[in-house]
Design a binder for this molecule. Sequence first.
Ligand SMILES: *Cc1c(COP(=O)(O)O)cnc(C)c1O
Length: 423
Amino acid sequence: MYENNLDFAQLEDQNDDLRKFRERFHIPTRSNGEEHIYMCGNSLGLQPKACKEYLNQELEDWKNYGVEGHFKAKHPWMPYHEFLTEAMAKVVGAKSHEVVVMNTLTVNLHLMMVSFYRPTIKRHKILIEYDAFPSDKYAVSSQLRYHGYDPKDSMIELKARENEHCLRHEDILKTIGEQGDEIALVMIGNTNYYTGQFFNMKSITQKAHEKGCLVGFDCAHGAGNVDLDLHNSGIDFAVWCSYKYLNSGPGSLGGCFVHERHANSNDIPRFEGWWGHNKETRFAMRDGFEPIYGVEAWQLSNPPILSMAAIMSSIDIFAEAGIKNLRKKSVRLTAYLEYLLNEIIDERLEIITPSNPEERGSQLSLKIKTIGKQVYDLIAEKGVIADWREPDVIRVAPTALYNSYEDVYKLAAIIKMELQKIS
Ligand SMILES: *Cc1c(COP(=O)(O)O)cnc(C)c1O
């Protein structure tokens, strides 16, 4: 099905309907003028070439209109976030009143926990993965402490079995089954940043809902990578950032999903601000908060237009390419990388990401014992931009939008060459 040679990789590229999208991005180049092999789209996505134009448009409109740009700009600033909603909703598989671009990820996670972590004496625990992204753990433990609980007792951490790296789905369901009566919130990274494991949100949610828990997922590594299908998964909320697979620039605004079953519930506590207020009367500046229907009610401030312009430059490309098409390519591209790595694997190298495509996105995490950092440094010298995680993991993420089969072939060839040098 695959072949370990450059001709095969190039033929795959020729047959790839999505190959033209690579040209829409700036690929970083080395000092010798050659392109880097960029495998870090899971950390910071590349810049769309059109991004500058989108930003310039807003700078021009600000220059020419001043405050009147709120209404007169080409894309008026007043409703600007709405221009992103439909395309973003498609990327994450949601209805448009379930999705809004606002704030940044950890901020949104806190705002969501204000609303969806509502502990009672009997039910006050939060379930999270043991190796969750640090910020998520800080957010969860500080929420617990804020409510007067000790994370040592109230944070349940899902751990992989001994000598395994990934969580078993059955173990997650078992924990929820056994401890669900005490769990107020299940909050899991839907694609684990470290192992690349992608969880089945639907069955976890079903089980958690049966036990009366609320469910949120951090989709930082899922958005723009896998087909999230948020609405049908039934989860209560999700948060994600836009600077990883969504290519919207460092620190750019995040996205937030609240399921429509909560769209009109006024009994949910919420931190409120003027941007969440009914748009018709927002400027009346009166007392009394009238929430917008849906997730927009959680908005606090008028958002930074320049960040949203960058998001628009990228999300427009996703709308064109289609997340289902991207996912299809990603499955094949990642499997090709796995095939090539399996050809060179020896006792020093292990792929800790699940081999089942249903349980992973674009990322493969390579565990390389003792010589991991050495290999990472050597492949970096050869032009590979990957990601090093202590103590011994190199994460590589061939993205469907701008990585080619040739990139993947070259990456594996470089790893092979450098491993041989060390032996
Ligand atoms: C990238 C990432 C973050 C980063 O949070 P910010 O608030 O955007 O800095 C948090 N959680 C996860 C799971 C991530 O992958």
